[in-house]
Design a protein around this ligand. Structure first.
Ligand code: HY3
Length: 336
């Protein structure tokens, strides 16, 4: 069989959000740091991303990860994250998918009842801890990179709605957080199309006003995704919040979004709503959950930062071999 591409993939999902983990068929592009490696993949291998995530092989509601050799010698593996709209430095649901795939396929050896897996990403080194039982990775919690606030209560104008206040924060990607009631909407799947439209408008409105930029890596800048949230509630002494995340270029995260939840931990702490050591449940639009916890404090440049821990579950759903015939008219797929 003739193929210009031949990729081996383990398919998985984390709390409903699909993540394909590529375990073969793409070569390493060596670099000194993971962020430089990411830049090389963006420049030299973006056709892989479009092939896998655009139609007819992919769809907007998924991501794909490439397992690569790490740059940090402490790491067990490195991984790079491809999303339908772009490459991103870090992703929470996809960290949980990747850890589960590495352990359940034996690429990293599993120790029961707990296995620690260190993963090198373009955002920094991540430590994941998996609860393992009888060959199964039952849950994964990961120590994310420091999360911090860029702006609280930033006023932005949305045509048809007026002036709304949003928070802007970083949790491995950049997020804008808006209150659902300010947008006259509820976080329900029946409002999916409107939530996506509002997310796109919010992203553009914020980018017209400012350019959030990571102080330690100016290449990590802009706005990745938008969070639209219901109010925080206290159920029997346990904090919980329901939100949805509009992911670039315009779709809803099925999971509660690990980087988005991390960015929220920074805002909740800055607002005095969550202490170090405290946990909170983040609920997605399809009612799946992550538990977030602030495990400590830090500084990123001049910003006060929190050290996030996010816990969730992933399942392997299958495996597939993706090929590209030399005559295929859509070598990089298409978007409608
Ligand atoms: O969990 C996360 O961080 C994400 N889930 C899909 C989109 C984001 O990368």
């Amino acid at each position: 069989m003739r193929s210009r591409r031949n990729l081996s993939i383990i398919c998985s999902h984390c709390e409903g959000e699909a993540g394909d983990v590529i375990i073969g068929g793409i070569l390493d592009l060596p670099a000194k740091t993971m962020h430089k490696k990411l830049s090389r993949y963006i420049n030299e291998y973006d056709d892989f991303r479009r092939l896998l995530l655009h139609e007819p092989r992919g769809r907007p509601e998924m991501s794909a990860m490439i397992i690569v050799p790490p740059c940090d010698p402490r790491a067990d593996a490195g991984f790079l994250i491809m999303a339908p709209g772009d490459w991103v430095p870090m992703s929470g649901s996809n960290t949980i998918c990747t850890t589960t795939v590495l352990l359940e396929t034996g690429m990293v050896s599993m120790k029961e009842p707990l296995t620690e897996v260190k993963l090198d990403t373009a955002a920094g080194l991540i430590t994941a801890t998996a609860e393992c039982d009888n060959g199964r990775c039952k849950s994964v919690s990961f120590d994310n990179v420091p999360a911090f606030v860029f702006a609280l209560d930033q006023e932005i104008f949305l045509p048809g709605i007026g002036t709304v206040r949003v928070d802007i924060s970083y949790g491995g990607q950049w997020y804008v957080i808006a209150q659902a009631k300010d947008l006259n909407i509820e976080v329900e799947t029946s409002n999916g199309a409107r939530l996506i439209e509002l997310g796109k408008q919010l992203k553009q409105a914020v980018l017209d006003e400012c350019m959030p930029t990571h102080p330690e890596n100016p290449a990590i800048c802009g706005v990745n995704n938008i969070i639209i949230t219901e109010p925080l509630v206290n159920r029997e002494g346990k904090k919980s919040v329901r939100h949805t995340v509009i992911v670039t270029p315009g779709r809803l995260d099925r999971s509660p979004c690990g980087t988005g939840s991390s960015s929220r931990l920074a805002v909740l702490h800055a607002r005095g709503q969550l202490e170090v050591g405290e946990s909170i449940t983040f609920q997605s639009i399809i009612n799946t959950e992550f538990v977030g916890r602030i495990r400590g404090l830090d500084k990123v440049g001049d910003h006060n930062a929190v050290l996030p821990n996010i816990k969730g579950r992933a399942w392997i759903t299958g495996d597939r071999q993706v090929r590209l015939d030399p005559d295929d008219p859509f070598p990089t797929g298409f978007l409608i």
